[in-house]
Design a binder for this molecule. Structure first.
Ligand SMILES: C[S@@+](CC[C@H](N)C(=O)[O-])C[C@H]1O[C@@H](n2cnc3c(N)ncnc32)[C@H](O)[C@@H]1O
Length: 235
């Protein structure tokens, strides 16, 4: 592992799993298996979010396909439930799959290694999305799916992404949003239970991204999910 890329000490904890030294445990550790089962369920995604999991996979693939070289970081990659096929197809790229939860990363690692023999350029990195270990201007593309809506202060996430991205580096982001009635109701329920932050509309999400240094170039809403891509400002 090239420590020159990082501004924090990185420790290897397993063959292909690394972590930022001193990082506290991820909150998803205790519910990783149940969470993975629920979100992988096609019916759940169709009913609650008006989406098919294939749409998440396609968005990840389209992001990866648009990149030639440089470092790619998936922030809050979770169990790779929807993305493992995309990463297997692009396994030659220099990819960091990042999440605070070891248990989520471990499920993701098993899933990916079951369909891909060569993970020599893919690393799993336990890290905090709000305080990433990458140096400023070091990452070519950030992918982050289903994480934005978790944070009370999502500007903090976008600021951190803008910090690590190279000038003109790319962002591919999905977030649950309130644009679809049933999804909004369920999101509000999840918010009251403390599972997600205050729900936002897709336009509010787009505005937060643009206010924090990323110019949005792709904006699409399917059901209760916003699919947004953009580029970090040049300067
Ligand atoms: C809603 S899940 C989304 C997982 C995956 N991207 C997907 O689309 O299935 C959110 C993920 O973000 C991770 N997470 C939550 N807070 C985090 C933080 N502060 N830093 C890094 N990861 C975090 C959780 O462990 C979980 O795996």
């Amino acid at each position: 592992m090239d420590q020159g890329l990082f501004n924090k000490k990185i420790t290897q904890i397993e063959d292909n799993i690394f972590e930022v030294e001193g990082l506290r445990k991820g909150e998803y550790d205790v519910q990783a298996i149940q969470y993975d089962r629920l979100i992988s369920n096609g019916l759940y995604n169709r009913i609650m979010w008006g989406n098919a999991p294939d749409a998440y996979t396609d968005f990840c693939k389209s992001g990866l396909e648009s990149l030639n070289d440089g470092i790619v970081a998936d922030i809050g990659c979770g169990t790779l439930s929807f993305t493992y096929k995309a990463y297997a197809e692009h396994h030659k790229k220099n990819i960091f799959l990042c999440d605070q939860s070891y248990e989520m990363l471990k499920i993701g690692e098993n899933r990916l290694s079951n369909i891909c023999d060569d993970l020599s350029t893919i690393k799993f990195l336990r890290s905090n999305a709000l305080d990433m270990p990458f140096k400023e201007n070091s990452v070519q593309a950030v992918l982050t799916f289903g994480l934005f809506h978790v944070f009370k202060n999502p500007s903090g996430l976008i600021c951190e992404i803008a910090r690590i991205l190279l000038p003109e580096g790319q962002l591919f982001l999905t977030s649950l949003c309130t644009d679809r009635k049933l999804s909004a109701k369920y999101l509000n329920f999840l918010h009251k239970k403390g599972h997600v932050a205050k729900p936002l509309s897709s336009i509010e999400i787009k505005n937060i991204i643009e206010e924090n240094g990323i110019k949005v170039s792709g904006f699409n809403v399917k059901g209760g999910m916003a699919y947004i891509s953009g580029t970090k400002d040049k300067s």
